[in-house]
Design a protein around this ligand. Structure first.
Ligand code: ARG
Length: 275
């Protein structure tokens, strides 16, 4: 299902209207005020599903990166996506796709231009899509309900046992991490990241393996009766996924990310969402 965020579009659109012409001013091919900055940008030619709009696929089950507040998309990635679109003189829209469907959807095209969803750069995925330069470094955490048999002292052994169930999000690095580190346990994938936590709380799983900042946020906001028993510095890099047929778009987003890094926007977003 495609969800259009008109609120965000209007906000972005106003900026586009204000900045659109200036956005093209460094480019000597800019002559038309009626077409979008993107269409005029000869330095990086790219195609968009919808002219003047950058459509991001996201799986909004992953606070503080992407989440729904009512029907509004919120989080670090959401702010970053809007800032990228703004730098490119484009409006931005989001469409919800379950995480394990995002890379295939970007590869296939037609549902979104790019994916932003705490997506870790990974060689397998890079066979299907291109990745922009990274914008965040992530680690993995293992959480359990407090007071159970698995503790920080015994987790490596206690969780790696037959009959132990580890809840993960389907198709994530957390799933691979759990399979590799706890090969004797049963790794149970859930489509939605929040369902993995709900399963653990309901006693259907003994642990959750997921990106550290997300585990910390989930525990702080909703699962105060759970605790982290293991952190592993996997050093995963989050990046935006772009179709291999759209290298101009890859370049343009990389340029926007570089600018957002240089002007302090990404630092500000890190402070806003991750501290
Ligand atoms: N970083 C992990 C991965 O790339 C998990 C990302 C999950 N993102 C989400 N929005 N649920 O596999």
């Amino acid at each position: 299902m495609k969800i259009k965020k008109w609120g965000a579009v209007v906000a972005c659109g106003a900026l586009v209207a204000t900045l659109g012409l200036f956005g093209c001013s460094s480019n000597n091919s800019s002559s038309s005020a009626s077409s979008s900055a993107a269409a005029d940008n000869a330095a990086a030619e790219y195609t968009l599903m919808k002219e003047g709009t950058l459509t991001f696929a996201t799986s909004p089950d992953f606070p503080p990166f992407e989440n729904l507040d009512g029907d509004e998309y919120v989080g670090f990635d959401i702010d970053l996506a809007q800032a990228i679109a703004e730098k490119m003189g484009l409006e931005c829209e989001f469409t919800t796709i379950q995480f394990d469907g995002i890379v295939p959807a970007i590869q296939a095209g037609g549902q979104a231009d790019v994916g932003i969803s705490g997506i870790t750069v990974d060689p397998d995925r890079a066979k299907s899509v291109d990745f922009t330069d990274p914008y965040y470094i992530a680690d993995q955490s293992v959480a359990v309900m407090k007071g159970g048999e698995v503790t920080a002292d015994n987790v490596d052994e206690a969780l790696n046992a037959e009959g132990m169930i580890i809840a993960v999000q389907s198709g994530t690095t957390g799933e691979t991490f759990a399979q590799e580190n706890f090969p004797n346990a049963t790794v149970q994938p859930y489509g939605n990241a929040t369902d993995a936590f709900a399963a653990m709380q309901a006693g259907q799983a003994n642990a959750v393996c997921m990106d550290k900042a997300v585990v910390e946020k989930m525990l702080a906001d909703a699962y105060t009766d759970a605790e982290v028993v293991k952190n592993v510095a996997t050093g995963e890099e989050y990046a935006v996924a772009v179709s291999k047929d759209n290298t101009g778009l890859l370049e343009a987003i990389n340029k926007a990310i570089a600018e957002l890094q240089a002007d302090g926007t990404i630092d500000d977003l890190t402070t806003k969402w991750l501290s």
